[in-house]
Design a binder for this molecule. Sequence first.
Ligand SMILES: Cc1cc2nc3c(=O)[nH]c(=O)nc-3n(C[C@H](O)[C@H](O)[C@H](O)COP(=O)(O)O)c2cc1C
Length: 166
Amino acid sequence: MTDPLFSPFRLGPLTLANRIVCLPMYLAYPDPDHEVNSLVLDYYAEMADSGAGMVVVENATIEPRGLTNPRSLLASEDRFMPGLARLAQAIKARGVPAVLQLHHGGRHAKRADCIAPSAVETWGVTPKVMDQPTSTASSPPLRPGRGGRKRRDSTLWSCTAAWAIS
Ligand SMILES: Cc1cc2nc3c(=O)[nH]c(=O)nc-3n(C[C@H](O)[C@H](O)[C@H](O)COP(=O)(O)O)c2cc1C
């Protein structure tokens, strides 16, 4: 009998070769500019070659105020999209679905300007309450696109399409 661990698995639109998943793990490999670099690409290519059925890339923070670590990936602005798309391609080129974990540290961001759902003091800082839609200064808010889809621009969507679930 085939061991279920090593048998294929349907996950929504994806078919995983087995039930082993490389979990997201913050590595502090990105440079302080929060970009995908060669160390990040090499590590995840190696994880994709490991035989795992799916690779989930460590937390990529959706805006600078949500950063919990100085060397986390950022996915907050268009300039980060080409690197993130290259990362997806490096994994998928090895026949493995690639998933990106999106992250916001909220009140755990350890910054004076942190935001959170409630004004609960943490690490000596009381976060600003997120009672309104927010956007970073450098990234405009999402706006409705054709067909009712939300879209910002083609750079974001070409990056999104590079990942397994788009
Ligand atoms: C160094 C380190 C970094 C981690 N980074 C993340 C992360 O970015 N996102 C996440 O959801 N979990 C993260 N985790 C949690 C792991 O994905 C995993 O859930 C946890 O280690 C439990 O699995 P284990 O019992 O096999 O170690 C991290 C764990 C470690 C040890």
